[in-house]
Design a protein around this ligand. Sequence first.
Ligand code: HEC
Length: 178
Amino acid sequence: MNKRIWEFFFVLAAVALMVVLFWRPARAPEPSPSKETPPPTVGTPRPEPTTSTVVYTHAAKEDFMNAKGMAGWEETLQTPIPEPSPERLKKGAKLYQDNCALCHGSVGKGDGEAATVLDPRPTDLTRIKNYKYGHMELGVFRSSKYGIEGTGMAPWDGILSNDELWNITQYVRFLQED
Ligand code: HEC
């Protein structure tokens, strides 16, 4: 091979190297990120779900007034309600079947196996108007945790944790129809 051919290959290699190093395909400008949804940044911790948020609306408190004077009324008002989530609902459904369905029935109609022998009968939890002690979060939680004296509704305090009871409460709310 003569010198000219070597030179030719050298120039060709140099040009190829330049192309590899400096050529970039033209890119469409990136859309500017919207303020509502900043792009996730690697290494930036996301805010944890606010499990300690107390979400007591006026309506929830008013509904809970029906249970005033009953066991655990004050304590329940001090208990933070964890943020509802699909996971909680799922856990609540299981806990409900294991602990409550025997009396309240598998979908809350008050027709569980043990229902007929009880007086008063277990509440049909699907109908809002049936609730004497509050049908919203605070009421359902209190009735479940501290029970209803003089009825078959025993307190679950010490058997189920607050967390488990909130899961069940969320499920009971889910069963409510009107
Ligand atoms: C041994 C039977 C029995 C079991 C088990 C039971 N309950 Fe009850 N529950 C009752 C009865 C009976 C009443 C009705 C009390 C009344 O009419 O005052 C009641 C009432 C209630 C109420 C109150 C409704 C109202 O009037 O405001 C709620 C809420 C409730 N139960 C939820 C639960 C949950 C949640 C569980 C499971 C953790 C559960 N119950 C397990 C028998 C039971």
